[in-house]
Design a protein around this ligand. Structure first.
Ligand SMILES: Cc1cc2nc3c(=O)[nH]c(=O)nc-3n(C[C@H](O)[C@H](O)[C@H](O)COP(=O)(O)OP(=O)(O)OC[C@H]3O[C@@H](n4cnc5c(N)ncnc54)[C@H](O)[C@@H]3O)c2cc1C
Length: 305
């Protein structure tokens, strides 16, 4: 029996759903990518730990994926275990504190807390990620970001094999970065605690409606994409730099710089990861040549090129 079969057997024995040669494209908002040799769908945070432990024990490469809204999976897929957190999605509200498992959808969380009369997560409405992905990325929009409301999180540290409480300060949040992204492949977000304030549900809803309207107006939501491709360089707007470089609508294969918002790359149909990566490089080179600005990719590439 090889290591893949051993991991599959271990996880099945724990009641974790496991799939072989699972296509990754349907699991990413880009709709791009090859297949995962193994994919696990744990239903709880305990099961997420079991899956990480099994991969470590058998020295199998693994990645943890929330809603796949900020990833580009390789055309070659992933020759290891992809652990999807989506089914570990419990949410508990205690007063103004909200405890959410890693797989809970960020947008749905915004609605749940709004219904409970809690304010602070309005910005999350329309961010199509999970709680785990939002903490990892310090997701944010319209002057709000995860760092403002995350009070703590629990992490599985696969170096020590322990579950750790990460305090607010320990997150070391920065622009689209946290202790999780700074320690790639070591820490898995299991859950997060949010500290919110009491507010008026109707007013909160009004703000959320305004934010979603602005998203629909500006973002190419009619095509598969993975959000903003690049981090915002200080003093510049990415969309304007790319537009001024004459790259709006520029296309490589099925990947295109969105005509609606040049900060987005869209999958016009049949785009490969290679198309996207080549387009990213072309944009970076052109913008650097014309304006001397280096654009850093925000999207996480997973697998081998
Ligand atoms: C239309 C659209 C609009 C968007 N708008 C915004 C926006 O306004 N603001 C913004 O910040 N982002 C935005 N994004 C990007 C994306 O939604 C966020 O970055 C989101 O937080 C990613 O969450 P996810 O669960 O999809 O993460 P994934 O794409 O699944 O993963 C992203 C990274 O986090 C890691 N990760 C995920 N879960 C865990 C976990 N439990 N433990 C450890 N690592 C983990 C993955 O390995 C990967 O490296 C947008 C994307 C789209 C498609």
């Amino acid at each position: 029996m090889d290591k893949y079969s051993r991991v599959a057997e271990m996880l099945s024995a724990k009641g974790i759903k496991i799939f072989e040669n699972e296509p990754l494209a349907p699991h990413s908002t880009f709709r791009i990518g090859g297949a995962a040799r193994l994919a696990a769908m744990p239903d709880s945070t305990e099961m997420i730990i079991d899956a990480v432990k099994a991969a470590k024990e058998e020295e199998l490469d693994f990645i943890v994926i929330g809603n796949g809204s900020n990833v580009l999976f390789s055309d070659k897929g992933f020759d290891g275990l992809v652990i999807f957190t989506r089914s570990a999605d419990s949410v508990v509200i205690k007063g103004n504190r909200v405890f959410a498992d890693a797989g809970a959808p960020f947008t749905k969380l915004a609605v749940t807390v709004k219904n409970a009369g809690l304010t602070g997560l309005e910005f999350a409405y329309g961010i199509p990620g999970s709680v785990g992905g939002a903490v990892y990325m310090n997701a944010g929009a319209y002057n709000g970001e995860a760092s403002q409301v995350v009070a703590s999180s629990t992490a599985y540290d696969d170096l020590t094999g322990e579950v750790r409480m990460i305090s607010k300060e320990e997150h070391n949040f920065g622009y689209r970065t946290s202790v999780y992204s700074q320690n790639k492949d070591r820490l898995t977000v299991l859950s997060a605690e949010f500290e919110l304030k009491e507010g008026d549900s109707a007013a909160i809803w009004e703000t959320m409606q305004d934010l979603i309207r602005r998203r629909r107006e500006k973002q190419p939501l009619e095509y598969p994409n993975a959000g903003s491709v690049f981090k915002r360089p200080q003093g510049y707007f990415v969309g304007k730099l790319i537009t001024d470089a004459g790259l709006k609508g520029y296309t490589i294969g099925g990947a295109q710089v969105s005509e609606k918002h040049a900060g987005f790359i869209i999958n016009r149909g049949g785009a490969t990861a290679e198309d996207v990566l080549r387009l990213v490089e072309h944009i970076q080179n052109t913008v650097h040549e014309q304006f001397g600005v280096s654009l850093e990719c925000e999207i996480n590439f997973k697998g081998k090129r």
